[in-house]
Design a protein around this ligand. Structure first.
Ligand code: UDP
Length: 480
């Protein structure tokens, strides 16, 4: 090992190609990973779709990457969709199909015979790809470089994907009957608390040939074929699930929460990698609010809601009497055909104790002392950002891993309340009062505990800290 380590020190640094799923969450995580690789001397080529690259150019200071990291570069390819095409939750399949037809052949050419091929001047020596990119296994094998999958959803969510074949075999999926409260038996590590309704919402289909189900089964076949799996989590949070994961992959690297991990390794400010323009006017507004008095409300970058749901949540918030900061992303309300007239009582109360923005600097908002809680769609990045800042959550999951995450938040980590499958002003009001008033201290105490554990995990000597060092060391060894 010593010999290999000294050989690796003298060899030219590994050249890692990072290929994220072109959505805000994965791009966010993978850019942070890219920065951490660069800090450790690795060369990184970050492969974005032209659409994402344009969003980053518009909204972030992309020059910062080049100034900070001479060994970092962006590369782009088309996603095949018209530029003005929508790219939110309901369009993911359209995007994946289009990428399969247009982007994958370009990627393949790029790393086999093109700019980054084995006989090029700057051949890539390792690929880190989103776990959904099944095509990467064959391509990496063909050019003889190691492949690491980085699934940026939660390991607890991903584990329910990986157990799908077992659920099918045992006859638990598709569900027989409509009782969503029935307990699931065939997801090891989640017995006794995982109900049907806590599985990803697309498991509610009765059709085995459903495209999402087929996509998950395909991912299940490919994930174990990579040389390792990278996760945005920390061992103390998900140990029981990670030990299940170790059964399917030789090497796993839980190195999160990535956003904090990067912060602890950087001496300066982190670079924002938001793909929408942040409205910073909410920060001075927050500065004027009492400590822990404001509920932050956001459903992330993909989820959508109906106008009825907007109204139920709005009335719930207003009737609870709490202060709130609400992100209403343009395009996040479906079926809004005509200009909507806001009821007078809502608009008055909102002026008094609410603030609405189209996109917020979320990490900064969550770290603000005025924030006391988070009504979230339970996206994994949002969940981790909330955990790090010690902010309890009301969970209103939309899709993918979010149903699983919200169950863990409510039932296992005891960090908040799970509102899944309901959207009623009375329930919203009751939960907001519970989180922000009657059980406030209890929740804050618990959130504070887990926040401390999360920070310890990315500090020198912590488990995520050690796993990142191990990951980089393994990449160096694998690419010798
Ligand atoms: N986000 C943000 N501003 C907002 C709302 C969200 O910067 O107003 C960021 C948030 O900090 C998180 C990401 O967008 O990093 C959303 O990722 P998540 O996994 O929570 O949900 P998704 O958007 O993938 O459903």
């Amino acid at each position: 090992d010593n010999e290999r380590a000294s050989a690796s020190a003298s060899a030219s640094p590994p050249h890692v190609l990072i290929f994220p799923l072109p959505l805000q969450g994965p791009v966010n995580c993978m850019l942070k990973l890219a920065e951490m690789f660069c800090l450790d001397g690795l060369q990184v080529t970050f492969l974005n779709t032209q659409y994402i690259q344009k969003c980053l150019l518009n909204c972030t200071n992309i020059e910062s990457y080049f100034q900070r990291y001479p060994s970092f570069r962006f590369e782009t390819l088309p996603d095949g969709l018209p530029e003005d095409s929508s790219r939110t939750a309901n369009d993911i399949f359209k995007m994946l199909d289009s990428m399969e037809a247009v982007s994958v052949p370009i990627f393949e050419e790029m790393v086999t015979s093109g700019t980054y091929g084995p006989s090029s001047e700057k051949p890539i020596t390792c690929i880190v790809a989103d776990g959904i990119f099944c095509f990467a296994v064959d391509i990496a094998k063909r050019i003889g470089v190691p492949l690491l999958y980085f699934d940026t959803i939660s390991p607890c969510g991903l584990w329910t994907y990986l157990c799908l074949p077992k659920l099918i075999e045992a006859g638990e999926f598709p569900f027989k009957g409509d009782d969503l409260d029935e307990l699931i038996v065939n997801v090891p590590g989640m017995e006794g608390f995982l109900r049907r309704r806590d599985l990803p919402s697309f498991y509610r289909t009765k059709d085995l040939n459903d495209p999402t189900i087929q996509l998950v089964l395909n991912e299940d076949r490919h994930l174990p074929l990579a040389q390792g799996l990278i996760f945005n989590t920390f061992e103390d949070l998900e140990e029981p699930i990670l030990s299940q994961m170790r059964k399917i992959s030789p090497k796993i690297y839980p190195i999160g929460p990535l956003h904090t991990h990067l912060k602890t390794r950087l001496a300066t400010e982190t670079i924002s990698n938001s793909i929408w323009k942040e409205d910073r006017s909410c920060i001075p507004w927050l500065d004027m609010q009492p400590i822990k008095s404001v509920l932050f409300v956001s459903i992330g970058s993909l989820a959508v809601m109906t106008m009825d749901q907007v109204l139920e949540i709005w009335y719930g918030l207003v009737n609870s009497g709490t202060r709130f900061l609400w992100v209403r992303r343009p395009g996040s309300v479906v079926g809004l055909e005509k200009e909507f007239e806001i009821p007078m009582d809502l608009s008055l109360a909102t002026k008094e104790r609410g603030y609405i923005v189209s996109w917020a600097p979320q990490e900064e908002v969550l770290s603000h002392p005025a924030i006391g809680g988070f009504l979230t769609h339970s996206g994994w990045n949002s969940t981790l950002e909330s955990i790090v800042e010690g902010k309890p959550m009301i969970c209103w999951p939309y899709f993918v891993d979010q149903q699983v995450n919200s169950r863990f938040v409510g039932e296992i980590w005891k960090l908040g309340l799970d509102m899944k499958d309901t959207c009623d002003r009375k329930i919203v009001e009751r939960m907001v009062r519970e989180l922000m008033e009657s059980k406030k201290e209890e929740f804050l105490q618990r959130a504070d505990q887990i926040s401390n554990v999360s920070k310890a995990s990315v500090s020198k000597g912590g488990c995520s800290y050690k796993y990142l060092d191990k990951l980089i060391e393994d990449i160096k060894l694998m690419t010798l």
